[in-house]
Design a protein around this ligand. Structure first.
Ligand code: MG
Length: 259
């Protein structure tokens, strides 16, 4: 990976000579990671930079949050928003109903409601219903009760997995439930560019974690993938890196003034 500012001279001519889509992850990329997700608020300066960027390029935000959540946090009009890792998208010339994922909403709702009634009496369980996906956090559950949480979870959700409706991934004390479809942030980014008639446009993508690798590995030759990480030795499909959110905003600011 190259440090992005070191490659600036090489990239600047490319940015000026073609149509460009700039996509950004939200948490950890545009705002620092915080303990409570609702506290990840965009600074006024970052908002100004995004507006200037929008006036020059096609801009999109791609997040694991729900579409509604990320759109209201960013609050900039005239750009693309992809929520739930790209399962729902909004923006100019885009109709994400065409993707056909809305049909999963009722089953996710049903699962969340069953989990809430079954695990509601366990202290520390958080069932987060994000519409097209759900996260069940149990980091705050006492060690004594964790086995029960995991058992009840699989009792309730196993059938939906077996019938092919949803798939489950487990993280650090969290279960993620999502529709059983072959879709990720990378596919969503490509779909947005194609749907917006962007064809051969250059794609620039900034992201900081595992789900952003789905984008990096789908980028074409000449596209620019930027990992936000303090650790430049980390394994990644990105060609470039920046160290933190401040460096991202600074770079976007330069990009937005390019002429
Ligand atoms: Mg992130």
């Amino acid at each position: 990976m190259e440090y992005l500012p070191d490659s600036w001279n090489k990239l600047v001519d490319v940015f000026l000579s073609t149509s460009v889509f700039v996509f950004l992850d939200y948490d950890g990329t545009l705002t620092p990671i915080v303990d409570k997700p609702e506290n990840a608020v965009l600074s006024a300066e970052s908002m100004r930079v995004l507006r200037r960027l929008r006036d020059k390029y096609c801009v999109g935000i791609v997040s694991g949050r729900s579409l509604e959540d990320v759109r209201s946090l960013v609050g900039v009009s005239g750009i693309y928003y992809a929520g739930n890792h790209g399962l729902e998208v909004s923006g100019p010339k885009i109709n994400s109903k065409a993707l056909g994922f809305e049909r999963f909403r009722p089953v996710i709702r049903e699962i969340c409601s069953n989990l809430k009634s079954s695990l509601g009496d366990v202290d520390g369980v958080l069932v987060e219903d994000k519409g097209l996906t759900a996260s069940i956090h149990y980091r705050l559950v006492s060690e004594r009760d964790r086995g029960r949480v995991e058992g009840d979870f699989w009792n309730l959700v196993g059938g939906y997995v077996d019938s092919g409706d949803v798939k489950v991934t487990s993280g650090k004390m969290v279960f993620e439930i999502r529709p059983s479809v072959d879709w990720d942030k990378g596919r969503a980014v490509k779909w947005v560019v194609d749907s917006a008639g962007g064809g051969d446009s250059l794609i620039v993508y900034f992201g900081d974690d595992r789900t952003d690798e789905d984008v990096f590995r789908r980028l074409g030759e000449g596209d620019v993938g930027v990992l936000v990480s303090e650790d430049e030795g980390i394994e990644s499909g990105a060609g470039y890196f920046l160290r933190d959110v401040d460096e991202v905003i600074e770079f976007l600011s330069v990009l937005s003034r390019l002429e």
